[in-house]
Design a protein around this ligand. Structure first.
Ligand SMILES: NC(=O)c1ccc[n+]([C@@H]2O[C@H](COP(=O)([O-])OP(=O)(O)OC[C@H]3O[C@@H](n4cnc5c(N)ncnc54)[C@H](OP(=O)(O)O)[C@@H]3O)[C@@H](O)[C@H]2O)c1
Length: 177
């Protein structure tokens, strides 16, 4: 069965965005390493579908660039009615059932983009298979957590062969759930 993989970056204290949703700290030029994308393009080859919460989708739309994943099947979760939009399909009801059925369909793996609220839904439902988490060497002190407060305790297993320390201080760890 295809896997659902959360591929995401967080501050060392576990936040994925500032309280207002800003992720400027993630794209600081001082972290650039020439010809290094931290496994991103290799990861993209393994997936054909994305899942994202409505807040994350709105942040993406606010970026000063075209929608980044036009070639993928993109699902945005929102409990309120949304107008149709280019590149994405909205899922309103029965998120867990929907994701369960998606996993049973043939295809490449599924990228859970986030954010923290949708991550909680997927983890609590036992549908998350792996996490590829890149820790950024910064403490934010406050922000939007990697998993929202509704998340239930869940033990993870480190995949020891899949961890990387980059010379800019990024630490990438891979867990199975
Ligand atoms: N650091 C990174 O790599 C990274 C990656 C991804 C996201 N982010 C950041 O994370 C932030 C957003 O995270 P977030 O926790 O605030 O929100 P989120 O999970 O992106 O979106 C939450 C919204 O998604 C909908 N939703 C969530 N669970 C649902 C369910 N089970 N069924 C139906 N709809 C559901 C609801 O939308 P409605 O309110 O419309 O009902 C909810 O308000 C953004 O700032 C984004 O930039 C960072």
């Amino acid at each position: 069965m295809r896997k659902i993989i959360l591929y995401i970056a967080a501050s060392t204290d576990g936040y994925i965005a500032r309280p207002d949703g800003n992720i400027d700290w993630l794209h600081d030029k001082k972290y650039n390493i020439p010809d290094e994308d931290f496994g991103y393009s290799a990861f993209l080859q393994t997936i054909d579908t994305t899942l994202m919460g409505h807040n994350t989708y709105r942040e993406i739309l606010g970026f000063d660039m075209p929608f980044p994943y036009p070639e993928l099947k993109n699902y945005v979760f929102s409990r309120s009615k949304q107008e149709e939009a280019e590149h994405v399909s909205f899922v309103r009801d029965g998120a867990v059932d929907f994701i369960e059925k998606l996993k049973e369909q043939p295809g490449k793996d599924i990228w859970l983009i986030g954010g923290g609220m949708l991550n909680a839904t997927v983890l609590n439902a036992g549908l998350l298979d792996e996490i590829i988490l890149t820790y950024i060497p910064i403490v934010l002190g406050k922000g939007i957590p990697l998993f929202s407060a509704e998340t239930e305790e869940h033990k993870l297993k480190l995949i020891p062969t899949e961890n990387k320390l980059y010379r800019n201080g990024f630490l990438q760890v891979r867990y199975s759930c």
